[in-house]
Design a protein around this ligand. Structure first.
Ligand SMILES: Cc1cc2nc3c(=O)[nH]c(=O)nc-3n(C[C@H](O)[C@H](O)[C@H](O)COP(=O)(O)OP(=O)(O)OC[C@H]3O[C@@H](n4cnc5c(N)ncnc54)[C@H](O)[C@@H]3O)c2cc1C
Length: 406
């Protein structure tokens, strides 16, 4: 047996992984604070819909208070029914397109993030952009442990852009692909351009557009270009479901929608100079879909949101770092391409695994460093595998050669 109590856990980043971790730690009785760079006033663009498979759903079930998990379920949508392959005039080429694994659910990213913020209250502070980490005895303050004792030198301190600091016993970098914490731990690993430019948008569902995506997903293959369609059809409208299941949780009204994604051909000027994410993608996509079926063009024309962006990846698999009080979680350790559809699922799994190891320390069953070492081994194995899966899955989206277009 070792001394009881972990001390305060600092989580950097209130994204899907960091917030899942915060809930799991609260449930295990640990002291946690989350620091998020965004000021919380807006919804940062990061894609629209994500598919949660069993790893992600199980992690959320294990971490969230029951009423919040029920709200996730109520506001999710089915991913069942035929996967359709059309040509650009909507002739059906196949009804058997490979799709998400059985039992997967579609969730709207912003709805999910609002649910994840529920119940955490002032454990989450917005407007705190991490700029540096001071680990170990260099920490500027002692930490009050759960056994009531204060111990100096067993700390890690986060420094923020606004000049403030926070000190805890463990710091978790859940600060996404461009992670400051990852740069602190593994400065030799860099982000590189994935040479992948995508245009995507969101269009409110009507009967006409629903016919394009009656099942788990639709692929439209035109000459040299592929359009992917996915349905986000809320089982229950999110604001109404929230009002009933979690009164007081702020949730704006949302219509169900079709999410469309097009990989921009590498030779297109937009692929080399796409502008910032959030730029309107409609004109670009309409230009590329010249002559396609009017239902597809009108789907794009009617979008209420769209954006163009380039993907980045790490330049190598994430290597181990010296085990200490600072660790990583989610995209900060394994930046998967969106094509894999597994980044959020993996981040949520990380959260549950890390929380379980810290809970063991908290109960006095093991020491902190061995627990974080075991977590790191597991994280790197699963995370690097998830990145490989994401790269493999990209082949499904890459435009076919001319002989394969029909
Ligand atoms: C278009 C698209 C579609 C996707 N579809 C799927 C899918 O279907 N299924 C799936 O499993 N995954 C999907 N993913 C991947 C998934 O979104 C990510 O893997 C997931 O969000 C990672 O969670 P995270 O908590 O690690 O990072 P994030 O959710 O990115 O959160 C990181 C947080 O850290 C904050 N932050 C950043 N820097 C700092 C700083 N210096 N200080 C403080 N805070 C900071 C950010 O503001 C952000 O809130 C998709 C991704 C994209 C782009």
């Amino acid at each position: 047996m070792t001394e009881q109590g972990v001390g305060r856990v600092l989580v950097i980043g209130a994204g899907l992984g960091g917030l899942t971790l915060a809930h799991a730690l609260v449930r295990a009785g640990l002291d946690v604070r989350v620091y998020e760079a965004d000021d919380g006033s807006g919804e940062r663009f990061q894609g629209y819909r994500i598919g949660l498979a069993e790893p992600g759903l199980t992690a959320l079930r294990a971490s969230l208070p029951q009423r919040l998990y029920e709200l996730v379920e109520a506001t999710s949508g089915g991913l069942t029914g035929p996967g359709l392959l059309f040509d650009e005039q909507l002739t059906v080429l196949s009804r058997d397109l490979e799709g998400p694994v059985e039992g997967s659910r579609a969730v709207d990213r912003q709805v999910l993030r609002r649910i994840l913020l529920g119940d955490l209250g002032d454990r989450v502070t917005h407007g705190k952009r991490l700029t540096g980490v001071v680990a170990g005895a260099g920490g500027s303050a002692s930490v009050r442990f759960n056994d009531g004792a204060e111990r100096a030198g067993e700390t890690v301190t986060a420094r923020f852009a606004d000049g403030t600091e926070a000190t805890g016993a463990v710091l978790v970098g859940a600060d996404g692909g461009n992670s400051v914490v990852r740069r602190h731990l593994t400065p030799e690993v860099e982000l590189v351009d994935a040479d992948l430019c995508g245009a995507m948008g969101r269009t409110t569902i009507t009967d006409r557009f629903l016919r394009l995506v009656p099942g788990r997903g639709t692929m439209v293959k035109g000459p040299g270009i592929t359009l992917m369609l996915g349905r986000m059809q809320f089982d229950r409208e999110p604001s109404a479901a929230a009002a009933e299941l979690v009164p007081g949780l702020e949730m704006p009204y949302r219509d169900s929608y079709v999410r469309w994604v097009l990989l921009v051909p590498p030779e297109h000027p937009a692929a080399t100079n796409p502008g910032s994410a959030g730029e309107d993608a409609r004109e670009l996509v309409l230009e590329l879909l010249e002559g396609w079926h009017p239902d597809l063009r009108d789907l794009v024309r009617s979008a209420d949101m769209s954006a163009v962006g380039r993907s980045k990846v790490y330049d190598r698999p994430m290597p181990p770092w010296p085990v200490g009080r600072v660790t990583l979680l989610g995209d900060s350790a394994h930046l998967t391409l969106a094509s894999g559809g597994n980044g959020a699922n993996t981040a949520m799994q990380d959260a549950v695994r890390l929380s379980a190891r810290l809970a063991e320390v908290h109960r006095g069953e093991r020491d902190l460093i061995s627990a974080l070492g075991e977590y790191q081994d597991d994280l790197l194995e699963r995370g690097n595998a998830a990145v490989r899966v994401g790269k493999e899955a990209l082949k499904r989206f890459v435009p076919p050669g001319p002989q394969e277009t029909r």
